[in-house]
Design a protein. Sequence first.
Length: 507
Amino acid sequence: MEKKFFITTPIGYPDDIPNLTHAYSQIFADCVARYRRMWGEPVFFLSGSDEHGRKVQDAAKAHRMTPREFADKMVEKFKLVWKKLDISYDYFIRTTQESHIKYLEEVFSHLLEKGDIYKGHYDGWYCVSCETFLPLNEGSGGCNCSCKPERVNEDGYFFRLSRYIPDIIKHIEENENYIQPRKRRNDVLKALKEGTADPCVTRKGSIWGVPVPSDSDYTIYVWMDALINYISAVAEEEKKSILPPRIQIVNRNILNFHGIIWTGLCMALGLPLPETIFAHGMVKYKTGNNLSYNLIELTDLFGADTLRFYLLSRSPRENDLEFFASSLTRNYNEKLANGLGNLFSRSITMMIKFREGIVPEPYKEKDAGSEERNLERIFKQVKNEYKKSMDSLDFKEALINIWDLIYGLNRYIDDTAPWDLSKYPHKKARLDMILYNLADYMRILAIMLYPHIPPSAEKIWNRLGFEGSPGEVSAEEMERGRFPGGQKVLAGDPLFPRIEQTPGDGE
């Protein structure tokens, strides 16, 4: 069975609809998945929902629903958001599904039997909002939100993480790419070397979740429940072809759960470790404005590609990103409307005006002029840097390189002035060369942009006269001279109409 490129995202609590940080994780993973498929790799892209715990239980109670009823309702909203954002996951796991619960129970029993889970006592704090245990010395300052943690003093079961700490440190130090970016890798190593206690992996009492198989007074801790999804989602007969994950996308707030606890669980279970855990920054909302930050409403207001492009081009890889609608609008107008949209409109309009929409035949390289040779130099550098950036998960840099080509093509039109050449019959060959180049480079741009803004890339592709999607062709098609001469391009509405007014956000 062919090995698959396995990529995972955090599974969110369905106590509310996802926010922009959740969206960035999904868009990040989707960009990777689409890019890898273009290179012919079979991909298994996992998404899902984390449906147990106090947080979901409390939200359900507030809505006068059972936790399962509430989760069912919210999961439909999760799926709607991801559909609106064109997230191409292969499987959506729910931690309330029987196959996951059965696997979780087996894992817990196995670790208990081999002594990696033991009975103990927890005395500390617990943040319901983050579903996080906080040691006494951390108190309310140790969690990632503004709520007040509650004091917890109860018996429980603990995972013997301390048994694996030396091996975790060794693995991170010997595998530079295991945790990325480097800043986050250093943060995890620092936390490990300062001392990490064995985590409590149960809650006592009537908590919505999976009971401990041998002791129903306790419920398996929601984070242990959630982490196991990365293996329970994979059918037994497929585990060898899918595990381990090649890339696990997380945000910085949940890195320690993955870089430390998840790594320890994998070691305890004898599972191969993921190749890379990538922890990006948070997308923060500016407060005190009149703009809704409901992700469904934001996507409906601006469109999937506008949000995708903004988040990927601003790319909070290491630092957090503060979201402003006015910044998103400027980004859209400058890069999409005035850059890519203008280039495409000019190219299509001239082909229709000067050649009735029929793309000329390819030309011979010996006939190329200095403008074509200069454009080819730009393209070769862009193509090389684009692949490097995509392979290293630097989507911001990849888009910067794509826009170097877009700006180069807009200059090419200005420098060659096809409208002047069209006045002279003896310059027909020169005009044909320019028009062919524009069509061919737009074809290449559609392929390059497909992982980032798939709906717009497909519009470009279809209006160039191609059927289907640029995602259905090999990335090897990013070569010059492959546009079929004689193909007809299609007129249509502007790809990216300018946004003249943005809902105020006080930036």
